[in-house]
Design a protein. Structure first.
Length: 289
């Protein structure tokens, strides 16, 4: 699968191919960070400490700006249990315990390229989260198929939710602001230092706001939600997609970049930016076992 991604990128020309390489680099850096931090987690580590570990790891490697600062959720907070207001998403003093699930989520900007990733794991064995992660594969397949069919974002969202229901799970990305399953990302102007507001990089927020204004005039939205403003075909660009499953206080998700183009070739019209990611490798290993 990694070879397919390289061949597809090679067929894209000029600046577009270079841009995709930049986005792929920061996405891989983010997943490397998630795996490195996950390997250091021990009983007693708090969400705030895990979020700080992600920030420090990325800053040591040159990250100076963010779409949003890193998050960490432990235990039933991986399923956003009783989340009602945005402040509940921020890291807390919840301590990690043996067998407890966790999710690491980060969105750095590196060399002017942004990514937004989610990494699910557990401290020791957690059969429930293992099953959730295995069942997420069907969502990755469904989303790509239906984007290539140019169904509306709202319809795809509803079909993802139906699949979750058939699997016996709750849709936990509905707890996100506006219930989004995805949002557009783009290049960000490089600065030596960029401020944040409410955990989000101001440069990235300006870009998202500009997209929202531009899209409103043309009848599309940079937010992929279950609401009427997402009732349009996928807009060309890069989308950070994050289906999030919940089951009895345990949550799991992946988050990665989906590339949407205006090509009439189905395979070129939409594709995942990178197939060499931890959750994709996991599914390949499960299939080979």
């Amino acid at each position: 699968m990694a070879g397919d991604t390289k061949q597809r990128t090679a067929r894209l020309s000029g600046r577009r191919s270079a841009d995709l390489s930049g986005f792929r680099e920061v996405q891989r850096l983010s997943y490397e960070c998630a795996e490195a931090v996950a390997a250091q987690l021990r009983p007693g580590v708090t969400e705030r400490e895990a979020a700080r570990m992600q920030r420090d790891w990325l800053r040591e490697r040159g990250v100076r700006d963010w779409f949003h600062l890193p998050f960490a959720w432990f235990g039933d907070r991986t399923a956003f249990a009783n989340f009602r207001i945005p402040l509940q998403f921020f890291p807390t003093n919840r301590k990690l315990e043996p067998g407890m699930p966790f999710i690491l989520d980060m969105a750095p900007v590196y060399k002017g390229y942004s990514a937004d990733i989610g990494y699910s794991g557990s401290l020791g064995l957690n059969p429930v989260q293992d099953r959730l992660m295995s069942d997420l594969q069907a969502h990755r397949v469904l989303i790509l198929e239906q984007v290539r069919e140019r169904r509306s974002l709202r319809e795809i969202y509803e079909n993802v939710e139906r699949l979750m229901t058939r699997q016996g799970y709750a849709n936990r990305h509905r707890a996100y602001p506006f219930g989004v399953i995805a949002h557009k990302i783009d290049r960000v102007k490089e600065r030596r230092w960029s401020p944040t507001a409410f955990g989000f990089g101001t440069q990235s927020l300006k870009g998202l706001a500009s997209d929202a204004l531009h899209g409103h005039r043309e009848g599309w939205s940079p937010l992929w939600s279950p609401y009427h403003f997402s009732d349009h075909p996928p807009q060309p660009g890069l989308w950070a997609v994050e289906p999030h499953l919940g089951f009895r206080g345990t949550g799991a998700k992946f988050e990665e970049i989906l590339v949407v183009t205006d090509s009439r070739d189905p395979e070129e019209s939409a594709f995942w930016l990178d197939d060499d990611l931890p959750h994709v490798r996991r599914w390949a290993e499960e299939k080979a076992a």
